[in-house]
Design a binder for this molecule. Structure first.
Ligand code: ADP
Ligand code: ZN
Length: 284
């Protein structure tokens, strides 16, 4: 029996199951403060005899095994979780191996093992939702280094008609600042779900996401790209990306057909929690 946690800014999903993505039990817990949320997490897992636990967490987190704060959530804007020793709390309670990575890295691992990139040894998973983040598996291994990638905060070329200032508190008009859900809402004055009949919204969205994908492709050369998150529920985003990406690449690279290269999550909303199960297996 493996334990899995997908730790998000608004909710934690906890599950027990196997490395084939079969869930035996799962719950959702609101993300409040560590004492309360983690109290419920431990209570849930205490019902089971776990062999290992995998965590895909919101960040920033410390994934560098040489660091003295390995396993911590670090400089998150969620003050109560700042410097929280996430891995240590679970090791203390259960004394089993614990795998630890970002939510988007876990989703990439899940999709590569059991989802839309099954059978490949690399993929990139990008979520466009409340924020933008991406994780990747490269040559079978999760992409980590000094820290974990923060691919949502790359710089993009601004559209000449876009006067919106940007919403990232750190960089204003980075990718996340221009293209995440809250930026859409502030720029156009309504939530994405209510802008379905405004093609200019999704065209601009595709304009920015295509630039990001171009850079990820040029740097990481993923064998498949999975585009997830609330904003990507709009099919129009995929068509706009498919329009702009070839223009940007301008035949410099030969890509597979975009309809099979850039796809939605095969595991739907379960990509992250499934990846966390697989991470638990790897930790074991
Ligand atoms: P989170 O990123 O918080 O995990 P989501 O991936 O659902 O959650 O992203 C939430 C953001 O996506 C919000 O800004 C919301 O307005 C936007 N969003 C959610 N669903 C849709 C949709 N069907 N179409 C367009 N935008 C959406
Ligand atoms: Zn930023």
């Amino acid at each position: 029996m493996l334990g899995a946690i997908e730790a998000g800014g608004t909710k934690f999903v906890c599950a027990v199951g196997d490395e084939y993505g079969q869930f035996h039990d799962r719950i959702q817990i609101p993300t409040t403060v560590p004492e309360e949320t983690m109290g419920q997490v431990l209570e849930f897992f205490q019902q089971y005899s776990l062999e290992a636990i995998g965590i895909g967490s919101f960040g920033p987190i410390d994934v560098n095994r040489e660091s003295s704060t390995y396993g911590y959530i670090t400089s998150t804007p969620k003050v109560a979780w700042r410097n929280y020793p996430f891995v240590q709390a679970l090791k203390e309670a259960f004394n089993v191996p614990v795998g630890f990575t970002t939510d988007v890295n876990a989703a990439a691992l899940g999709e590569m093992t059991l989802g839309a990139a099954k059978g490949l040894d690399s993929c990139l998973y990008i979520t466009v939702g409340t924020g933008i983040g991406a994780g990747a598996v490269v040559q079978g291994k999760l992409l980590e280094g000094l820290s974990h990638p923060e691919m949502g905060h790359i710089l993009v070329r601004r559209h000449e008609d876009d006067r919106y200032k940007g919403k990232c508190p750190y960089h204003h008009d980075c990718l996340e600042g221009l293209a995440a859900g809250p930026a859409i809402e502030e720029r156009w004055g309504d939530k994405g779900v209510n802008l379905v009949t405004r093609p200019e919204v999704w065209d601009l969205e595709g304009y920015y996401i295509a630039q990001a994908l171009m850079q990820y492709i040029l740097i990481l050369s993923p064998k498949r790209i999975i585009l997830g998150g609330g904003v990507a529920k709009q099919e129009q985003v995929f068509s706009a990306v498919s329009k702009y990406l070839p223009e940007l690449l301008n035949d410099y690279l030969v890509l597979p057909g975009l309809a099979e290269y850039i796809v939605g999550p095969g595991l739907g909303d379960n990509a992250g929690i499934t990846g966390a199960l697989i991470l638990a297996k790897q930790a074991l």
